[in-house]
Ligand binder design. Structure first.
Ligand code: SF4
Ligand code: SF4
Length: 340
């Protein structure tokens, strides 16, 4: 399905003195392994960053720009923030002991699925690569939840209804994460719910990759067999003993190597056909300086994730099977790999 890029040719926002390149802040070209630095999605309590003006402009356009973009996204964000007031809470004094972390992981995943509805769930250990520089996520495991967006609305992106759908999905995920965290705390184990990126030091994508929810695509977003890239991530961090999942190989690189759909459709020309070195890891990387001004001006562009063939409903499993068969490989199932 072809999604037309909207004619946002002349952006309203302009820096008189452009800030340092966001690509440099992100560590593009750096060979040493380092934690990710904050470059966008500022929130109260965080230190200001060099792209603050554009960040605030994005907040105005997507949130307070009601007359232009509709109030839907703003109201969904308020509801999400309201739900996340219970992200943390008291832990029950009597602890339920866990003798079988694999059985506990199955129980927690089933509960997450009941709470979030249609979703994907995986569990990973929280390592330094999953925490923002200077951030603090003092828990052992992340339960990552991928919640699908309404595809028929998202194909309109970038548009007000799509922006509202993104925030509605984050709100739905956050409500489920809060309830899951409350359930774990009632079992006597510490747990905290995390919503959208703006509200958390936990980096959703690195930890969800480890948890086997999908792979990184050329467009810099995750791709799953179930929903393609048409989903959003929330999480619960906890010390509850859980078996962790393994990263998956579903054939994403095989398709990205020959596909140029997102590269050609990105109105900002931000998507490269080659993997690049970012803080010591060779990976797909989207040019921050090109993408972010367009993303901010359109209240959250999502063109690349919607034009991706994986995002077409019902296509992911067949695509994965075909790509892996071509390579002579087998998909690694998303199953508990090791007890921690
Ligand atoms: S989100 Fe960024 S990378 Fe993706 S299509 Fe829009 S401008 Fe391009
Ligand atoms: S549109 Fe094509 S190249 Fe881009 S992420 Fe999807 S499969 Fe990869």
């Amino acid at each position: 399905m072809k999604v037309e890029a909207r004619p946002y040719g002349s952006l309203v926002f302009r820096y008189r003195e452009p800030p340092p390149s966001g690509n440099a802040i992100n560590g593009l070209g750096e060979a040493a392994r380092k934690p990710a630095r904050l470059v966008f999605h500022w929130s109260p309590g965080r230190k200001p960053h060099p792209w603050m003006a554009l960040d605030l402009h994005f907040t105005m356009v997507s949130g307070l720009g009601g007359p232009l973009w509709g109030w839907g996204s703003f109201l969904q964000r308020l509801r999400m923030i309201w739900a996340l007031r219970r992200a943390l809470g008291p832990v029950a004094p009597v602890r339920r002991e866990v003798r079988d972390p694999a059985a506990m992981a199955r129980e927690i995943k089933a509960l997450a699925q009941r709470l979030a509805g249609d979703c994907i769930v995986g569990i990973a250990e929280i390592g330094p690569d999953a925490v923002l520089e200077g951030g603090n996520v003092p828990y052992k495991h992340a339960i990552c939840i991928g919640v699908p967006m309404n595809r028929s609305i998202m194909v309109e992106a970038p548009a007000p209804r799509a922006g509202t759908e993104v925030m509605r999905t984050y709100r739905r995920g956050a409500v489920a994460a809060v309830k899951l965290a409350e359930h774990i705390r009632a079992m006597g184990w510490p747990a905290k719910a995390f919503g959208e990126t703006k509200t958390t030091d936990l980096l959703h994508i690195p930890v969800a990759l480890k948890a086997g929810l999908g792979e990184l695509g050329k467009h810099g977003s995750m791709i799953s067999r179930e929903f393609g890239s048409n989903f959003r991530l929330v999480a619960v961090a906890t010390d509850l003993p859980l078996a962790v999942d393994a990263p998956v190989d579903i054939g994403v690189d095989d398709l990205c190597a020959g596909c140029q759909r997102c590269t050609l459709d990105c109105p900002a020309g931000a998507i490269s056909d080659k993997k690049q070195l970012v803080r010591g890891v060779e990976k797909w990387y989207v040019d921050f300086d090109k993408c972010t001004p367009y993303f901010a001006e359109t209240a959250g562009c999502a063109i690349c994730i919607e034009v991706c063939p994986w995002s077409e409903p019902g296509r992911g499993f067949k695509l994965s099977e075909m790509l892996l068969a071509k390579r002579g490989a087998k998909a690694r199932p998303r199953a508990a790999a090791a007890a921690k």
